[in-house]
Write a protein that binds this ligand. Structure first.
Ligand code: ZN
Length: 491
């Protein structure tokens, strides 16, 4: 331990950390007679505990000082202890706020940059947000994701509250795990229960397939509904069609809600996603789902419909902006009528629709991004270590066809310049090109898990070393890039 740090500890709590190298100045916090702060010890961050109390922290005692001092690793137990002693480091229910915005941090390194982007915005962040697919591809767990965010929030002294989203969960077991850890929202993905084949059935087939029960007939058939200035009516075939598509999904949603959420069992909000369907959600479908949920006593905070046009990963909206605006108006009106917010998924880089979303929802929305944070991390690699970037780029090209079967993208690889003809300084600009963005975006799992012939990992360790060394560069990039998302939503 350096003399400077010993002197600093001696003078606690009546000091500021700015003059001590290695101490994160915003991390100094007190709980009772215990002071906790974070230091950078070589390349690793550690917690320092000074004073009595906090027996639930695990740490190495340092002898010969005039106060009890322990040095603690950033492990799971200490993350739990931080969340317990300093509640601002635990997730909170931000989804009920007017504006909330999810930034998945797949790599566990983005939160300091995200904090910079959100610090001066009246938008509530969801810093921890992972789907099971992302966890599998990055070899992480919900706990690890939450712990990384806990430490980052503590280190940077971000005290306005953040959310944690168990994103696109399909299984009851996964929901249970996320809720136990204290995740503040669950996004239920019921796409396994949505019948996409119904779209291919003729009216006669639909008619034969199902008998509507009396209750549904009474509540919907030939009735006219008015939501703000939109009216719509259910005829027999369209009602039957909707029940065939969504009936099982609504039942599943009800089961999950009643198991975990009803009567405020869980201290968490509930989002329903029906965005992974073959066709855009129609107003008739949206209204029916929402109305049935109310009927089944299911209370959602947000709903993610599938919008018209294309929300491809990591690039701007593709489609007719006029049509998007008209349909968004109806979806937003239905959401207002049922007292929840619209949730917009695959929100990375959808710059052309953000102003519409902000205005038409009257400033009440949830937006999710994930891939763009990874892409900015890779832009940093192109900037800092061009040779490593070139190697990864070539690898991504070689595995692109494997990766694309899991994503809906229309990437034309021939539009990406041959990087052997580019100067090093031209590499970061590849990330302004949709095709190159999608190339790196959808191959992220393969890049992170690539192995050398001897079984050692090929890129992962090098990448983390780089990101660790150049944290500030990455943080600045995220501040700017996520900041652009937030600003346009307010425009
Ligand atoms: Zn989604």
């Amino acid at each position: 331990m350096t003399n400077g740090l010993m002197q600093f500890i001696h003078n606690l709590p009546a000091v500021s950390a700015t003059e001590v190298a290695g101490v994160y100045p915003y991390s100094i916090n007190q709980a009772g007679s215990l002071t906790v702060f974070m230091i950078k010890d070589d390349t690793e961050d550690k917690l320092v505990l000074v004073g009595e109390g906090g027996s639930d922290f695990q740490g190495q005692p340092i002898n010969g000082l005039d106060k009890p001092v322990r040095i603690s690793a950033l492990n799971s137990l200490n993350a739990q202890a931080l969340r317990h002693h300093f509640p601002f480091t635990a997730p909170t229910r931000v989804l009920r706020q007017d504006r909330s915005f999810g930034v998945g941090d797949r790599l566990g390194i983005a939160t300091p940059g995200h904090i910079r982007a959100f610090r001066n915005q009246d938008v509530y962040p969801v810093f921890a947000q992972q789907s099971i697919r992302e966890l599998t591809l990055t070899k992480r767990s919900f706990e690890d994701v939450l712990n990384q965010v806990t430490f980052a929030v503590f280190r940077e002294g971000y005290k306005k509250g953040y959310g944690a989203d168990g994103d696109h969960l399909k299984k009851v077991e996964d929901i249970e795990v996320a809720l136990k850890l204290g995740f503040s929202m669950i996004t239920l993905d019921c796409s396994d229960y949505i019948d996409n084949q119904v779209g291919n059935m003729t009216d006669q087939e639909v008619d034969r397939e199902i008998q509507l029960d009396e209750d549904l007939i009474k509540r919907y058939l030939h009735r006219t509904f008015q939501i703000e200035d939109v009216t719509f009516t259910y005829d027999e075939i369209s009602l039957k069609r909707i029940v065939l598509i969504y009936g099982k999904a609504i039942d599943f949603t009800k089961t999950v809600f009643h198991q975990f959420f009803i009567d405020s069992q869980a201290n968490a909000d509930f989002e329903l996603s029906i965005d992974e369907t073959m066709t855009p959600t129609t107003p008739l479908e949206h209204y029916f789902v929402a109305s049935e949920l109310v009927h089944q006593q299911v209370e959602i905070a947000t709903l993610a419909p599938r919008f018209c046009g294309e929300f491809q990963k990591g690039i701007d909206y593709i489609g007719d902006l006029n049509q998007f605006e008209q349909e968004l108006k109806v979806h937003a009106a239905i959401a207002r009528h049922f007292h929840y917010k619209l949730s917009i998924h695959s929100g990375s880089d959808k710059f052309s629709v953000f102003p519409l979303i902000g205005r038409i929802t009257r400033g009440r929305y949830h937006v999710k991004t994930a891939g763009t944070n990874w892409l900015e991390a890779m832009r940093a690699v192109a900037l800092i270590d061009p040779a490593l970037y070139r190697e990864i780029h070539d690898y991504a090209l070689s595995v692109f066809q494997d990766a694309r079967q899991y994503y809906h993208v229309t990437t034309d690889l021939t539009r990406i310049p041959d990087i052997s003809t580019l100067k090093d300084s031209e590499l970061p600009a590849l990330f302004n090109l949709n095709e190159a963005r999608q190339l790196i975006h959808i191959t992220y799992g393969l890049i992170l898990n690539a192995q050398n012939t001897d079984g050692s990992d090929r890129f992962r360790t090098k990448l983390y070393q780089l990101w660790n060394e150049f944290q500030d560069t990455y943080a600045k990039m995220l501040e700017k890039h996520i900041g652009k998302h937030l600003t346009l939503l307010k425009a």
